[in-house]
Design a protein around this ligand. Structure first.
Ligand code: ADE
Length: 239
């Protein structure tokens, strides 16, 4: 999979993708990442990328043409079709389900806005989807793009040491993750739940499912409401 990120601060994305699981996915050739400086596509001596808002008001708005030319250059750099995402608080909330869908695509182009916004005509005509990483306003889309690159990087086959870890993540089955423990089993801060040391794999799986259900019910009742719980899940939740 290839991801291109269009930004006025491309170093930000480049650096955050050098480390950890994503850095490894890139070095192993499981993910290809290219960043683009939108300003390189601006014209005039000042290479302006923004202008005052039409109709007045505070701040600056990013102009269509540098964005559009940068996007076309990124598109033309690879023959595969690209799905274009624009990072914006007006976008659809990011979810693991959406990330799974994008992870099947050959190419994504992530566009990061800055300043007060981006000319709406660019968003209407050049973007396939707007994405928000939460109901708060960041000073630009770079952090949102870094979140998407990270979350997609770790979904690449071979990026994680054990492919099972991605499948057992929080949200993969619509639930929060169960608690995890490691050695020592006895500690001044508490003991590891006994069932985890029992060697009874069915009992351990049941306990984990029950914990995941219970935590989700307590902490994210909105997620539980969206799920079709099985009879067994209802029994575990009631127990
Ligand atoms: N740009 C500014 N705020 C954002 C948000 N919450 N999500 C995605 N992109 C953004």
């Amino acid at each position: 999979m290839r991801i291109d990120v269009l930004s006025l601060f491309p170093e930000f994305i480049g650096q955050s993708a050098e480390i950890g699981v994503v850095g490894r996915a890139i070095r192993r050739g499981l993910l290809s990442l290219r960043t683009w400086q939108i300003r390189d596509f601006a014209s005039g001596v000042h290479r302006s990328v923004d202008d005052r808002p039409y109709g007045g008001g505070p701040g600056m708005v990013m102009m269509i043409d540098p964005l559009r030319q940068c996007l076309e250059a990124a598109r033309a750099d690879d023959s595969r079709p690209a799905h274009v995402l624009f990072m914006s608080p007006q976008g659809r909330p990011l979810s693991q389900k959406r990330l799974r869908e994008w992870s099947l695509m050959p190419r994504l182009i992530l566009v990061c806005g800055r300043y007060e916004g981006v000319d709406e005509r660019f968003v209407e005509h050049c973007v396939d989807e707007q994405v928000s990483i939460g109901d708060y306003v960041l000073s630009g889309g770079e952090l949102a793009a870094a979140v998407i690159v990270d979350a997609l990087g770790r979904l690449r086959d071979g990026a994680l040491g054990d492919p099972e870890s991605a499948r057992q993540d929080s949200f993969e089955d619509g639930l929060l993750d169960c608690p995890h423990y490691t050695r020592p089993p006895q500690h001044e801060l508490g003991a590891v739940p006994e069932v985890l040391g029992s060697g009874d794999h069915a009992a351990i799986a049941r306990w984990r499912r029950q914990q995941a259900l219970g935590r989700t019910w307590l902490l994210r009742p909105d997620l539980i409401q969206r799920l079709q719980l099985s009879r067994e899940d209802r029994r575990l939740l009631d127990a």
